[in-house]
Design a protein around this ligand. Structure first.
Ligand code: FAD
Length: 819
């Protein structure tokens, strides 16, 4: 059997090796247009920076290796220029001497890959724009940089290759700008997940131009280029690398009248046979079928190419394989982060109208107490109708690959999201948690299924403009940033502050990542609240959704930097200078609010003017720290980052005095009068203030105590004087009289009649309202004693307190009335 293979890299080389293992007698020849077979194209970007130091390590096998190990003929520098499927021959051009020969085959494999697509640009010349597909492409980039001492680069395209190239150029110390046509990098991810990458990219010193394209190129002296973007911005640069995607290399197949799809990809069946059964095709050049929804698509990735090659070889040798379906599992390193994806994304699900649920979690890669724990953002999408997992995305420093691989396997197995609860995954402290992040997804979905919680993604919040947004984080966390309009009641105070949470509104509960919010929701549900939502992924996800981190906050400051790598992002001062410091605090491994709380604790111990350098691994800290310093009166001197950590130097400042008139929300009223009209005024003001979220204390003294007396209650065993005094005074709200126009009780009766008619709450119901809504009713112990009133005579919900109690409350309040 004569087998000819066109293209000797990922698909072609895998196919050749498999076929040889299945058939020792076949005559196998690989024609490869380039100078190298079986090279690591995925490793090319990393040699540019030197992360892969040895160029030769990229060459996985040479023609000699193929000959000696597999008895396979490899002809590099040989391009197949035509296929005659009727004659079963190909014409091959030898690039070293220009000779064209004809070769016969029994079976032909096409694995020609894809070619780099270049967007149209005025002034385009091939020699001005670099692409990265082959080892010679890489060599050209490296030598251009070295020859021209390039210190500034522009990369077009924020996909896998564009990001890898940009990172490696920046790692080489070259100031790099990335131009991306879409409003996000990595379009396989949803925008809010890509936002995490935007932050990382800009935090590491790359200027990101989203929704931009290069309109024109102009060559300047000394091999420099002037680029003009579609928005009019101009950039002078030393090198331009285009990585905007690939197109199937299918001209040969087209000329041979093989069936192509509308995107020019070769159409194959489940055995990888093209429209001609003797011609197989694999890799970047073919159309593939999506596992999750069966749509036809393209997927230029190495893994599918290798698997398709195996299927083709099996089929030629009469071995059956199951149909190859792809799910788009992919991963990319973006500086200190890893981003991985599998299955369908939310943008797509929305577009095609699938009924899905999205979940955000921010789990640790392993238990928090083992050093090096890092939090990731995990998004899982599943079908609301039948629970099957549709897709997942994760971004984080560590452990992202493991979670996405598990979820990818679960998708392949057709598992339901709730099945994830039962997966038994590796656990020991350095590797995971007893309840792994993937199990947690299952638990959360199970809670939804059982009706214990409902989730709302940050993007869905706009559906509820009237909702009460309850933030249950600590005040320190809240101060560092919050959802506009949200009300902060820490989880530990929820039970005692229920009165501040309206019963008649949709309540969206929010914490840092969703766990405390879930606990709060269970408390609220227990207290009878019905319309509750957990903000999925909490404030962390809200930030991912809303932040627009591009030129506006980071890129412009880049110009101030002498070096591309030392920078910060999003409001933190950008400086490259180290500040001296008195204390050092290692907060790595702690996640929000841990770093801020530990920082605060340490600052509290320090003297004004002393400096503290904090080392943090949580990227969220970089956004929290300016707000924290601003609200606490400390000074943020600088923020820096290296590959793994962020460093902030903070100078202890004068503690900020709380401004009583603006920051406090406490109100105190001394109720001295026992007149009906004054009691009414008291409770109307108090209930109003409470409804506006104030913490209200009413301090009843002397005649005011009569308002609190319960006519049904008695206190036996009173001294005669006390008993007589009690009988002479009005017993409770129902017995109070107007201060004016009482007219032997007629005025009071008229007032009550009119109030009732006009549906104004009676004093009794105003009092009940006050008690129910959490207004503190404090009876003055001293005047109770003087007037012979006992606590057991008072209505329920009244505390007894001394003047210190009142003064302490009045001290903290911004409104103090005497009625
Ligand atoms: P290729 O591996 O590209 O091989 C095609 C070969 O066919 C080429 O060498 C070409 O010269 C040759 N050829 C074409 N036409 C002819 C002809 N007429 N005659 C003779 N020879 C011909 N994928 C991942 O999954 N993960 C990654 O991290 C990743 N990183 C990448 C980084 C870079 C820089 C690049 C360029 C690609 C990366 N990929 C990655 C994609 C992956 O390399 C491809 O999906 C995979 O190589 C496709 O295999 P293939 O056999 O279809 O094509």
């Amino acid at each position: 059997m004569k087998i000819i293979i066109i293209g000797g890299v990922a698909g072609g080389a895998s196919f050749a090796a498999r076929l040889r293992r299945l058939n020792e007698g076949a005559q196998i020849t690989i024609f490869e247009r380039g100078d190298y077979v079986s090279f690591a194209n995925c490793g090319l970007p990393y040699h540019i920076s030197g992360a892969i130091p040895e160029r030769d390590d990229l060459i996985l096998k040479t023609p000699t290796d193929f000959k000696s190990a597999y008895n396979i003929e490899v002809k590099t520098g040989h391009e197949v220029i035509s296929i005659n499927k009727e004659k079963k021959t190909v014409q091959v051009k030898n690039h070293s001497n220009g000779k064209v020969t004809e070769e016969a085959y029994d079976k032909l494999l096409l694995s020609p890959g894809a070619r780099a697509f270049i967007p149209s640009m005025e002034g385009y010349r091939a020699d001005l724009v670099h692409t990265l597909k082959t080892i010679p492409d890489m060599d050209k980039i490296i030598s251009h940089i070295e020859r021209n001492k390039v210190n500034h680069a522009v990369v077009i395209g924020g996909g896998f290759i564009g990001l890898e190239v940009a990172e490696n150029l920046a790692d080489k110390g070259i100031r790099t700008e990335l131009v991306e046509f879409a409003d996000q990098v990595m379009i396989a991810f949803d925008r809010e997940m890509a936002n995490i990458l935007h932050n990382e990219i800009t935090a590491r010193g790359i200027r990101l131009h989203l929704q931009s394209s290069v309109k024109s190129i102009e060559q300047l002296p000394q091999n420099k280029l002037k680029l003009t973007l579609n928005n009019g911005k101009t950039i002078e640069t030393g090198i331009l690398v285009s990585a905007v995607g690939v197109r199937p290399e299918s001209d040969l197949a087209k000329d041979a009248n093989l069936k192509l799809n509308e995107k020019g990809a070769i159409v194959v069946n489940e055995n990888m046979q093209s429209s001609d059964p003797n011609i197989y095709a694999v890799g970047d050049a073919i159309e593939v079928v999506h596992l999750v929804d069966g749509t036809k698509t393209l997927l230029p990735l190495a893994g599918p190419a290798a698997k398709q090659a195996r299927v083709a070889a099996n089929h030629i040798m009469g071995l059956m394989s199951h149909e190859q379906r792809i799910q788009g599992t992919a991963i990319v390193k973006v500086f200190g982060l890893t981003a991985a994806v599998t299955g369908l994304n939310e943008k797509y699900l929305k577009r095609v109208g699938i009924n899905y649920q999205s979940l955000y979690l921010h789990p640790f890669n392993h238990v928090g107490y083992y050093p090096g724990a890092r939090q990731m953002t995990l998004k899982v999408l599943y079908n609301k109708n039948h629970g099957k997992i549709l897709g997942a995305q994760a971004v984080g420093a560590n452990g992202v690959d493991k979670r996405i691989d598990v979820l990818s396997t679960a998708i392949r197995a057709g598992m339901k999201v709730t099945d994830l609860q039962d997966l038994e995954l590796c656990y020991a402290p350095p590797y995971g948690s007893s309840k792994d992040a993937v199990n947690m997804v299952g638990f959360v979905a199970d809670n939804i299924e059982k009706g214990l919680v409902r989730f709302l993604s940050p993007s869905e919040m706009k559906r509820f403009p009237q909702a009460f947004i309850l933030d249950v984080r600590t005040p320190e966390e809240f101060k560092c940033g919050n959802v506009p309009g949200s009300v902060n009641i820490p989880l530990s105070e929820i039970r005692s502050r229920l009165a501040e949470i309206p019963q008649d509104k949709t309540i969206i509960v929010n914490c840092a990542v969703g766990i405390r919010a879930y606990n709060a929701i269970r408390i609220l549900a227990g207290a009878g609240y019905k319309d509750l939502y957990n903000l999925s992924g909490g404030y962390k996800s809200y930030c991912n959704e809303t932040q627009k981190c591009n030129d506006a906050c980071c890129g412009d400051k880049l110009d101030e930097l002498p070096h591309a790598k030392a920078t910060s992002c999003c409001g933190a001062p950008v400086t490259n200078n180290d500040s001296a410091f008195d204390f050092e605090l290692n907060l790595s491994g702690l996640q929000c609010p841990g770093p801020v709380l530990s920082l605060k604790k340490k600052l509290d111990e320090m003297s004004v003017g002393q400096r503290l350098k904090a080392k943090v691994s949580d990227p969220g800290f970089i956004k929290d720290i300016p707000a924290f310093c601003e609200s606490t009166g400390n000074k943020l001197l600088n923020v820096k980052s290296d590959k793994e950590y962020f460093y902030a130097v903070v100078e202890k400042g004068m503690p900020k005095q709380m401004n009583r008139t603006t920051e406090s929300n406490k109100k105190t009223i001394v109720v001295f009068s026992g007149d009906l009209d004054k009691a009414l005024a008291t409770f109307i003001i108090a209930n109003g203030a409470r409804a506006m979220g104030a913490d209200v204390t009413l301090f009843f003294t002397f005649w005011g105590l009569n308002i609190l007396r319960d006519p049904k209650k008695f206190s036996p065993g009173k001294a005669l004087l006390d008993a007589m005094f009690g009988m002479m005074m009005p017993k409770g709200a129902g017995k109070l009289k107007l201060s004016k126009m009482n007219m032997l009780g007629m005025g009071t009766a008229m007032m009550r009649y009119v109030m009732n008619k006009k549906k104004v709450d009676s004093l009794e119901s105003l009092i009940k309202n006050a008690v129910d809504s959490g207004i503190h009713l404090v009876a003055c112990s001293m005047s109770m004693d003087v007037m012979g009133i006992k606590q057991e005579e008072l209505i329920d919900g009244v505390e007894v307190g001394g003047v210190a109690h009142y003064l302490n409350n009045a001290e903290q309040s911004n409104l103090n009335l005497f009625i």
